[in-house]
Write a protein that binds this ligand. Structure first.
Ligand code: PRT
Ligand code: ZN
Length: 304
């Protein structure tokens, strides 16, 4: 059965992104790479879409799921950690799911991890039973504790979680970790991953019932093209037929190569879209395997 359409009717799409923070610049860069441009308002909170009817609202990341749930924004770029935390809060309050993840976006990656003081001789998560764990992600932590059948106290803090053990507020912490430097500086060690997170495109649980559906489809097609070629390169070269198998075995990250017979020879011209990094070392290996005239070209746009 098709779910009922999202009730608010609008003919422009509104995307919420973080105003200032780790996700602001990469989110804007990604949307610009999709061909979008905007005119900024004086207060820099609203950007009017010029190249397409797609506007931006610049807000705090924590407000993004609520803006989508309330129908004030249509899409959002936010960390999966924030989206799932707020989805968990809604679920624990008995409210229906209001938003969903449409696409992982490949930036803002980090992990939500359990960490304990360096001197703790950590063996297994069961050791947390009866302990106090400080976090800014109580819903995610609670649901992990429940799934792991561990009975621990959750101490909710809005920031500076990593100093809670030193202040005697908690025995362990559950916080975002990227390099691990913050934990190390606070004499803590990461012991278990609760969630792998990155920036995601978030949408309402219900589909749009108006022009916004077409605008969202267009944006997704462009996003998929941009994400697919982000680290990709087009590799052009020639090889004789008897080397083909070995040469192709060196391109495990390539899409099926296009091959053309070179007139008057037993050589084949190949073009392959490689999704991994094409290093000099890789080119040397390909040459040794029989590839000739290797050329690496950047890929600017792609529409599948
Ligand atoms: O003002 P606003 O509320 O919008 O921003 P914010 O301060 O809440 O968020 P911001 O900009 O810090 O982070 C936005 C999103 O970036 C997060 O929700 C994550 O999805 C993602 N992200 C990626 C991170 C990190 N990496 C990260 N390292 N968010 C926070 N951190 C913090 C972490 O909390 C810890 O304090 O960085 C510290 C750890 O870093 P390392 O490198 O020392 O391990
Ligand atoms: Zn925030």
């Amino acid at each position: 059965m098709t779910p009922p359409a999202n009730p608010a009717v609008r003919d422009r799409l509104r995307i919420a992104i973080q105003k200032n923070g780790r996700l602001s610049d990469p989110a804007r860069a990604l949307l610009s790479a999709c061909g979008l441009s905007w005119r900024e308002s004086r207060d820099r909170l609203f950007c009017y879409g010029e190249s397409a009817p797609i506007d931006l609202l610049l807000v705090r990341d924590d407000d993004i799921p609520g803006l989508i749930a309330g129908g004030l924004c249509d899409l959002g770029i936010v960390g999966r950690n924030v989206l799932l935390e707020q989805a968990g809060e809604r679920e624990q309050a008995g409210e229906p799911a209001a938003f969903r993840e449409l696409r992982p976006l490949g930036f803002g990656g980090c992990k939500l991890m359990l960490a304990v003081p360096d001197e703790w001789d950590w063996q297994a998560p069961e050791e947390l039973a009866g302990k106090r764990i400080a976090t800014s992600y109580p819903a995610l932590l609670r649901s992990w504790l429940k799934a792991s059948a561990i009975d621990a106290d959750v101490v909710t803090l809005s920031g500076s979680v990593e100093i809670a053990p030193r202040l005697g507020q908690a025995d362990a912490v559950c916080d975002l970790v990227s390099s691990g430097a913050t934990l190390a500086a606070n004499h803590l060690k990461a012991v278990h991953t609760i969630l792998e997170t990155e920036a995601v495109l978030a949408a309402p649980a219900l589909p749009f019932g108006d022009t916004r559906a077409d605008l969202a489809d267009m944006l997704l097609r462009r996003l998929d093209g941009v994400l697919r070629i982000r680290d990709s390169k087009l590799l052009l070269f020639q090889a004789s037929r008897d080397c083909l198998a070995e040469v192709i075995s060196l391109l495990p990250d390539a899409e099926a190569p296009t091959m053309m017979q070179v007139d008057g020879s037993d050589s084949i011209a190949l073009q392959a879209l490689c999704h991994g990094v094409v290093t000099w070392q890789r080119l040397e290996d390909l040459k040794r395997a029989g590839a000739r005239g290797l050329m690496v070209l950047p890929v600017e746009r792609m529409l599948a």
